[in-house]
Design a protein around this ligand. Structure first.
Ligand SMILES: [Zn+2]
Length: 223
């Protein structure tokens, strides 16, 4: 069993590696986790000793196969818990992340299995993030951020960052849910809002919000 903080570091390295497609620097890791570079390098040493991380000379660190498995297991539990809270307990989508951050470290393998079974072995969590399979495979659809969507193109809103509950509450208040078909109909200059139409209604969505939203282009027959 690895400690909760070791699990959090493995998860953070996984996310940064995934985004950059390269080794991760201790500074980036410290920034993501909100700790000092000194404490991040202490933890990096610890994870390396436990065989979870390896050093890439002059670049930083990357996960070993075992570290990757650990990260994917924690991510799987996190996303299953989020979905369970949302579906079984009807907890709103802006609140499940904070609960899952804590519970992901406490879930037993048996409970993980029971939840997955009860939910019918789901593929995505309430924010559209893909749930790694029990054998640690992770795949998701190709998406782009809504901010990058070309004007007058319709796309399906399929995924949203779960890190900012306020953005999620805002979207819920606008009744823009996952699965919605959206179209960018205009863009204000200088990083201003995007004019988006959704079910005949127009919304001005701020640049930061549009960056947090991921969309998938519609297949030919849908558009
Ligand atoms: Zn989450």
């Amino acid at each position: 069993m690895f400690s909760p903080s070791v699990q959090d570091y493995a998860k953070a390295v996984f996310a940064l590696e995934d985004r950059a497609g390269a080794a991760v620097s201790t500074n980036d890791l410290a920034e993501r986790l909100g700790v000092t570079p000194g404490s991040a390098s202490g933890m990096v040493r610890k994870l390396a000793e436990q065989g979870l991380l390896e050093h890439v000379p002059y670049r930083g660190v990357r996960l070993t196969a075992e570290g990757r498995r650990l990260a994917l297991q924690v991510i799987r539990r996190h996303r299953l818990i989020e979905l369970f809270l949302a579906e079984a307990l009807e907890m709103p989508w802006d609140r499940v992340h904070a609960e899952a951050e804590v519970l992901e470290h406490a879930l037993s393998e048996e409970l993980e299995h029971l939840i997955a079974e009860r939910l019918g072995h789901p593929e995505v969590d309430p924010h559209g993030d893909p749930i790694p399979s029990a054998d640690f495979q992770l795949s998701g659809p190709d998406t782009i951020s809504l901010a990058e969507l070309a004007e007058n193109t319709r796309a399906r809103f399929v995924r949203v960052s779960d890190s900012d509950p306020e953005k999620l509450r805002y979207l819920a208040a606008q009744e823009i849910a996952l699965g919605a078909v959206v179209e960018v109909i205009g863009r204000e200059p200088f990083g201003g809002p995007l004019q988006v139409s959704h079910e005949g209604k127009q919304h001005a969505l701020g640049e930061q919000l549009a960056r947090a939203m991921r969309v998938a282009l519609l297949a030919e027959e849908e558009s």
